[in-house]
Design a protein around this ligand. Structure first.
Ligand SMILES: Nc1ncnc2c1ncn2[C@@H]1O[C@H](COP(=O)(O)OP(=O)(O)OP(=O)(O)O)[C@@H](O)[C@H]1O
Ligand SMILES: [Mg+2]
Length: 452
């Protein structure tokens, strides 16, 4: 239960206000002077202070300043008398959360108080996430508290200092390259090069020359000698991305090189010896590729000495709040933006989303939200519109049992409505607008489909 401190020198007022706030579900504490109020602020975990402006001995403005000195983020709402706008403006400049003019309607007070309490609780939650990032849930720039990620941290710590070959697998955007870099930068090789090559989209000849280099005149277009990535990575780490795309002949050559750690440049005869730690990555199921005979099993065994498996983000949604807070923090700093929080609805949405593009997609969404957001809070409106779509809706219709058009349309309608509600965290007006129908129409359909 949130605790609110009410400060007023008129005792009757304290009685009325604390009764009202208790009715609204708050725990209300009272103080009939500013000195007493400060004692409570110091000794109690408060969620909001509601204070009168005009009081004997210490007035509301001075109290506000003293509170800000002790608890800078605690929201303070000033109650001002009619006709004292300048004082209210001064209070706002000094950091008051809001002000309300006496006499006021209970409803108005409730709205202002609710908003202050909510803003403060979101701020505290976001701060908690950022603090959690500072210790246990972070390794280098890798963030995650889920079991699989914690296991990844362990593996990195165990193998970084060795020369063991590491295979990193996971869908696109799950952080494969990030892991490879973490291994390199935590190894004794950290001051030597980290060289990354994408094995996709290169023809056999080009890939071979990219990896092993070529001598002048080795093939048409080879107008000068060129060192390959193995040579450039000497003493350091070579990261071969999309290893599953390597054509068969290059697989053979790789296998040979890995055994001896020496090779010839394309078109050359001289053996070149290197000292390279190899990390490879794939978004394919490499074992299945081996079974399908598309990838050599002997090479697979050499690469798969240590396997780091990165599950898709949707299978470790407990990492989402931490990651979201981490990215918001990162981009607010980069943009020299003040502190920003993520609204609870938005956080719930982020946790439930499927994230086909995994962490990369979440990162981009947060970067964009930080740049576009109008206030200091990220809301659903700041998320890319594509996220709020029906694109990932699965609609398994068993055509064998379809009996009539109306029945099928009904089933589709029900799925769409459920999805719209999920996308909008059960806010009906938002769901209706996603579906492009008036709210009353949505309510009629909810009844029809027995959705509560
Ligand atoms: N656990 C994590 N903590 C922090 N940032 C992460 C994490 N995982 C991924 N990222 C960030 O997400 C983005 C994508 O990561 P990365 O490039 O390593 O993915 P990838 O698996 O190599 O993707 P692809 O298969 O598309 O190449 C990067 O900006 C990376 O820093
Ligand atoms: Mg990558």
């Amino acid at each position: 239960m949130e605790t609110i401190l009410v400060v007023d020198d008129e005792k009757n007022y304290l009685v009325v206000l604390s009764a009202f706030l208790s009715e609204e579900g708050y725990e209300a504490l009272t103080a009939d002077n500013a000195q007493r109020a400060l004692e409570i602020v110091e000794s109690t975990d408060l969620d909001l202070v509601l204070t009168d402006m005009k009081m004997p001995s210490m007035n509301g403005i001075e109290l506000l300043q003293r509170i800000k000195g002790k608890a800078p983020d605690l929201p303070v709402i000033m109650m001002t008398a009619y006709g004292t706008v300048e004082k209210a403006v001064e209070a706002m400049q000094l950091g008051a959360f809001n002000f309300i003019q006496k006499p006021f309607q209970n409803e108005t007070l409730k709205q202002i108080v609710d908003k202050g309490v909510r803003t403060y609780s979101v701020l505290k939650e976001n701060r908690r996430l950022v603090r959690a990032l500072e210790n246990r849930y972070r390794f280098d720039n890798i963030v995650g508290k889920s079991k699989p990620l914690q296991a990844v941290f362990d593996i990195i710590q165990k193998v970084a200092h060795t020369k063991a070959t590491v295979l990193v697998s996971g869908e696109s955007g799950t952080g494969k390259e990030l892991i490879a870099k973490a291994i390199h930068f935590n190894s004794p090789r950290r001051n030597k090069p980290f060289v990354a090559v994408s094995c996709a989209a290169l023809t056999e000849t080009l890939l071979e020359s990219e990896l092993f280099g070529h001598e002048k005149g080795a093939f048409t277009g080879a107008i000068a000698m060129k060192k390959g990535r193995f040579e450039l990575a000497d003493g350091g780490t070579l990261f071969l991305d999309e290893i599953g795309e390597v054509p068969a002949p290059v697989q053979v050559k790789l296998l040979r090189v890995l055994g001896e750690m020496s090779f010839e440049r394309v078109g050359g005869t001289r053996q070149i010896a290197v000292d390279v730690r190899l990390i490879t990555a794939t978004n394919k199921d490499l074992k299945a590729e081996v079974e399908q005979k598309r990838f050599r099993d002997d090479l697979y065994f050499r690469l798969n000495v240590v396997h780091v498996k990165l599950p898709p983000l949707r299978e470790r949604s407990e990492d989402i709040p931490l990651l979201a807070a981490y990215f918001v923090n990162k981009y607010t700093r980069e943009a020299d933006h003040g502190e920003m929080t993520i609204s609870p609805e938005t956080m719930r949405f982020l946790c439930n989303h499927r994230w086909p593009g995994n962490v990369r997609e979440l990162e981009h969404a947060m970067e964009r939200a930080v740049l576009l957001s109008q206030g200091s809070e990220i809301t659903l409106d700041d998320l890319p519109k594509e996220l709020m779509s029906f694109a990932d809706l699965e609609m398994p219709i068993d055509w064998q049992t379809v009996s009539s058009l109306p029945e099928t349309l009904n089933a589709i309608e029900k799925r769409l409505i459920e999805k719209a509600l999920a996308l909008s965290n059960n806010v009906q007006s938002r769901a209706a607008s996603l579906l492009g129908i008036p709210r009353a129409n949505l309510q009629y359909r909810l009844k029809k489909h027995n959705i509560v």
